[in-house]
Design a binder for this molecule. Structure first.
Ligand code: ADP
Ligand code: GLC
Length: 521
């Protein structure tokens, strides 16, 4: 019997609850681990409507006295993903519109209590509940689950190991120190060397400080977050923990995101060998967004949170310029986020009727059709821990224009504007440096020029569509990490060191001694 049994703790998981890539990553990872015979459960809050999406739901246990009041633990299976879930039910905390924020984007004022309760529930499961198999390892994701490693220690559960994965260091979960009692945070963990930063409680810092291992979702981001520029104030702590910080890049769900089988494309499916239906997807997208029906147009899609992280402000300056200079260019935008960006994009669409259109909102179907119908995905970020969206676009033969940060620097292959044009035959997208509108516009110009070289563009599309971005390598790294924590004799027993994930510190050492791993800072 497997010695490792994992409890994954997270704020979202597709298709039960999703606001962004975290939801995709949790489900993708959990499914891939399950398929690799690593048994697990995923613990989520029972947000509004989630219980009804599970089959065979039963109440496993009452969980009295959690932050925010008495709660119940439910168990059920998700028919789409086949995953077994544990739901933390407390309607006063979770039965409301929106996961972290309300319909107007305003954060729920009691998020501290809501996610402190989630971490305490994880610890109760780890301590053992009648009728549930006890996990040997708890894998906490992002700040929502950040208190879990600390509370495991506080409960003295040293036999249950913990892993903290950072999907986005910019969101840390900061709450007033006065809440420490209500959140059940022990005195010894309240200092600057514990869960406090800037005079506030910091959930993510607690996770990074107290987890047995910390991982993040790309190699470049792992190095970046140890620098002041990307460390969001936690770079000191991350450098301190460099020996326990491992990059494990995400994968994508290549069944859900597959233009050959995608139900959102109706009959217009296609694959890397025959893209003839892609033109119909473009026509359908032009119709759906009210653009001029023009098969010869180059269609740029943008589908992401409208925030500064995603350079929405830069796109707002760059896109009109590009639309003015390239009469054959069309742009569709799907997103929601900061209101000032939503409004500015709507204003641009109004200035370019038939050529630029915006859908403000969150719509899974449109996201799929956007990748299928566009030629290019504009996905620029000031920081990008991994970046699933550009990989989805690649699968659909829509070539990404990304910025050279985080996961995009690792997954988008671009020899650069100075390399001979023929070298683009090995590319799968374009990258630009920095966050200036001029750099973004230059990258758009470059993409439009490349699109004029039909054979080259087709080669790039094939590279993008056939690249293997599945979960396989991530799973072997996670499995190896779990087992190295839970089964102390594992490392000696397993002969293949290449499969052991290397910490950022070790990446640096190997690089200095001439190995093939990327350089640490
Ligand atoms: P992040 O998690 O930082 O937002 P990722 O690119 O990793 O970035 O993941 C974003 C996920 O959210 C993708 O699945 C993308 O399709 C989805 N998404 C973002 N905005 C929207 C939207 N407005 N409608 C539908 N899906 C969206
Ligand atoms: C975060 C990051 C994104 C990443 C996703 C899944 O939301 O912003 O880059 O792809 O998590 O790990």
């Amino acid at each position: 019997m497997a010695k490792t049994r994992t409890l994954i703790v997270a704020g979202e998981a597709f298709p039960l609850a999703k606001t962004g890539g975290l939801g995709d990553a949790i489900t993708g990872m959990a499914r891939a681990l399950t398929e690799a015979h690593m048994p697990l459960n995923v613990l989520l809050p029972a947000y509004r409507g989630v219980r009804g999406k599970l089959n065979r739901v039963r109440t496993v246990a009452a969980l009295p006295g959690l932050p925010g009041g008495d709660a119940a633990l439910l168990e059920g299976r998700c028919p789409q993903s086949g995953l077994d879930y544990l739901l933390l039910e407390n309607d006063a905390l979770y039965d409301r519109a929106g996961l972290y924020a309300d319909e107007n984007g305003k954060e729920h004022p009691d998020n501290g209590v809501r996610y402190a309760a989630l971490a305490h529930a994880a610890v109760r499961v780890a301590a053992g509940l009648p009728g549930l198999v006890r996990p040997t390892l708890v894998h906490a994701h992002d700040w929502h689950a950040g208190l879990t490693p600390l509370l495991l220690r506080a409960a003295g559960l040293d036999d249950v190991k913990s892993v903290m994965t950072i999907h986005n260091l910019a969101f840390q979960g900061l709450f007033p120190m006065e809440c420490a009692d209500a959140f059940g945070i022990p005195e010894w963990a309240r200092g600057d060397d514990g869960a406090q930063s800037w005079g506030r409680l910091n959930f993510l810092k607690a996770g990074i400080r107290y987890a047995d291992r910390v991982t993040t979702v790309s190699r470049t981001y792992a190095r970046e977050i140890m620098t002041p520029a990307f460390g969001c104030g936690l770079d000191d702590l991350l450098r301190e923990r460099a020996g326990d910080l491992l990059p494990i890049p995400n994968g994508i769900d290549d069944v859900l995101w597959n233009p050959a089988r995608d139900p959102y494309l109706r009959s217009h499916r296609y694959g890397p060998r025959d893209l003839s239906n892609k033109i119909h997807c473009k026509a359908a997208l032009q119709r759906e967004f009210g653009l001029r029906p023009d098969p010869g147009a180059t269609l740029i899609g943008m589908g992401n949170r409208l925030t500064e992280q995603k350079m929405a402000d830069v796109a707002i300056q760059s896109l009109p310029d590009a639309l003015d200079r390239h009469p054959g260019l069309q742009v569709v935008i799907l997103g929601q986020g900061e209101q000032r960006f939503e409004q500015a994009l709507k204003d641009i669409a109004a200035r370019y009727p038939g050529r630029c259109a915006v859908h403000i909102g969150y719509d899974e179907g449109i996201a799929h059709r956007l990748h299928a119908g566009s030629d290019i995905l504009l996905h620029a970020s000031r920081f990008e821990p991994f970046g699933l969206t550009p990989l989805y676009a690649m699968r659909y033969g829509s070539l990404p224009i990304g910025s050279r940060v985080g996961g995009m620097a690792d997954t988008i292959e671009d020899p650069g504007p100075r390399a001979p044009l023929s070298m683009m035959a090995s590319a799968n997208g374009l990258l630009f440096e920095g966050d200036s509108p001029a750099a973004m516009t230059a990258a758009i110009d470059r993409a439009l020029n490349l699109r004029g070289h039909g054979i080259l563009w087709r080669l790039m599309q094939r590279n993008a569509m056939t690249a293997d971005f599945g979960w396989r390598s991530a799973v072997s790294l996670y499995a190896s990490l779990y087992r190295s924590l839970v089964e102390p004799d594992y490392r000696d027993a397993e002969p293949a060191p290449a499969e052991h994930p290397a910490s950022v510190a070790a990446m640096g050492r190997r690089t200095r001694s001439g190995g093939a791993m990327p350089a640490a800072i």
